[in-house]
Write a protein of this length. Sequence first.
Length: 279
Amino acid sequence: MEVLNTGGGDSIDRCPTQQDVRVLVLGSGGKDSSYATWWATLRGWDVAGLVTIRVTGDDSMMFQVPSTALAGMQAASAGIPWLPISIGGDEDTEMQLLEEALEGIIHGSQKPRSPTWSSVELQEACWPDVWVWPTNLLRLRASKPIDGIIVGAIRSDYQKTRIEQMCNRLGVKSFTPLWHHDGRSHMRDLVSHGHQVMLTSVSTEGLGEEWLGRILSKEDVDELEFLSEKYRFNIDGEGGEFETAVIHAPWMKSIIEIKHTVHWTGRRGWVDIWGAELN
């Protein structure tokens, strides 16, 4: 099967549709993976699962660290199977661990298991354990062949190249629909198409405590554009200026209600999400 490789950053409206394509999405819970998932559903593709990297260490050069558990809530909201994978964040081993976890799924060599979680398995796999995890959360398992893996990379050659190399070894396509997408257009598209994007951390001059926990509106994006030009930071946060979490999107069926506490140090801050459930 010939599958379209959209690594050039084509927009939602200009990418052609191809049926009978099964893909996995690397879902971080943030804006870019949400957009990538939506992009796949608009193609009519079968999103066979969301794969979330849980970084148990302090940081990762490759994967988002804060609020990634929300991807599990997103998966449950959309009725998409979920696969959380825990890694320490070590640069030398994180891609190897991801590849090993995906190999059995992609090639169908994984030991057969139930598509649903037992109560014990759900407790062990899902974090934080104080969240109200839905019992209908589906577990990703090996079934039909997978054609490709979608990531929300925009300008990180480091991320894009490593994912492409892994996909080549696994024998599947790598899709990066947002690659080199214009940051201003991207942020406007997110809001105008109904992605409810919350800022979960800020660490750049120009973004203060008042931005933490804010759900972006059109007016917020306009202000963000003004501030990004004034203080010379990336409007889409690609330089690490901020992190995001998506509590609702066009591909989701229900909203994630969260409870959080804002932490501010005077120059940077973050949102501690201590409660989440589907509404």
